[in-house]
Ligand binder design. Structure first.
Ligand code: F6P
Length: 341
């Protein structure tokens, strides 16, 4: 069998672990040939690739980023993208393509699959918002990075008796905010699923100071917004790929809370540090299992599917189903967290 693998969209700790696993399972166990397309779909569309053998994936398990590179170019962005992809798949004699990516990548994968290309998807995102899988690799690493940052920020907040508003990633969902906030014992968690009320937030943080505490930590997901009409708010705009370009919710909250509470407030934006660096053991294992199962699905001819974690099992889920909704933070998870804030 000849398999093409690519990584597309925002990078994520664990991508290299998937690539390594695909190569090991395919080359060693099945005697397949594997090629890696450079910079995501762009590599497939421009026929830019290299052969992947055991040597080329040696030592990459613990490496962050992706040895193949990534880009936000999706086939749908190019008018003749699907036909070009089809042409290159035929020219290269590919029996399967394994794209590893998030929401946008999986939608593109579904488009190509519906056009008849042999696709087996692997989900990734630090945001953990892909509905078909219980967990995505990268999430555990991102939560670990954010939790460590929050632990560190507590000591400086306390020294200066400040309110620190810490912005974590999460365009549409607050999984990183919820988990890191719970793990670090934050004093308020603000998520996109639940537009915040600035009066309530001020009261919550104010009550802490009134009780004699000297500092407060608020974790906010980058995509969080105020309840309509409760606060002047700049939502930002869109980048050239149609992704939200946020105007900085932490900065805006810091200004508002400082004014309302009469306490010094600072915004800290963790940004891409959450995506960089070595994956945790959990993410390496999940990524490795996804890669292994993607190769198996290709050998069974199970195309148009996506690897997913359900409980402790890896199962295959239709790509079409996987790209329909996002996995948001359920209200009861937020309620649980509120008790311990
Ligand atoms: O989808 C993952 C994610 O980390 C989002 O939380 C974030 O909004 C986005 O990627 C930022 O991506 P970039 O700045 O690389 O386009």
């Amino acid at each position: 069998m000849r398999i093409g693998v690519l990584t597309s969209g925002g990078d994520c700790p664990g991508l290299n672990a998937v690539i390594r696993s695909v190569v090991h399972r395919a080359v060693v166990d099945h005697g397949d040939e594997v090629i890696g397309f450079h910079d995501g779909w762009k590599g497939l569309l421009e026929c830019d690739y290299r052969k992947l053998d055991l040597d080329s994936v040696g030592g990459i398990l613990a490496q962050g980023g992706t040895i193949l590179g990534s880009s936000r170019v999706q086939p749908a962005h190019l008018v003749d993208g699907v036909e070009r992809a089809r042409g290159h798949v035929a020219e290269l004699g590919l029996d399967a393509i394994i794209p590893i990516g998030g929401e946008g990548t999986l939608k593109a994968a579904n488009l190509l699959s519906e056009a008849g290309l042999p696709i087996v998807g692997v989900p990734k995102t630090i945001d953990n918002d892909i509905a078909s899988t219980d967990v995505t690799f990268g999430f555990d690493t991102a939560v670990g990075v954010a939790t460590e940052a929050l632990d560190r920020l507590k000591t400086t907040a306390e020294s200066h008796q400040r309110v620190l508003i810490v912005e974590v990633m999460g365009r549409h969902t607050g999984w990183i905010a919820l988990h890191s906030g719970m793990a670090a014992g934050a004093h308020a968690i603000v998520v996109p699923e639940r537009p915040f009320d600035i009066d309530e937030l001020t009261a919550r943080v104010g009550a802490r100071f009134a009780a004699g505490k000297k500092f407060a930590i608020v974790v906010v997901a980058e995509g969080a917004k105020p309840r309509a009409g409760t606060m002047a708010f700049n939502e930002g705009g869109k980048d050239i790929y149609g992704h939200e370009r946020f105007a900085g919710v932490a900065q805006q909250l810091a200004g508002e809370l400082e004014k309302r509470l009469g306490k010094e407030a600072r915004a800290v934006i963790l940004g891409h540090v959450q995506r960089g660096g070595t994956p945790t053991a959990y993410d390496r294992v999940l990524a490795t299992r996804f890669g292994w199962h993607a190769v198996e699905a290709a050998h069974r001819g199970e195309f148009g599917m996506l690897t997913a974690l359900r409980g402790t099992d890896i199962v295959m889920v239709p790509l079409a189903e996987a790209t329909q909704t996002l996995k948001t933070v359920p209200a009861d998870r937020y309620t649980e967290a509120e008790t311990v804030l």
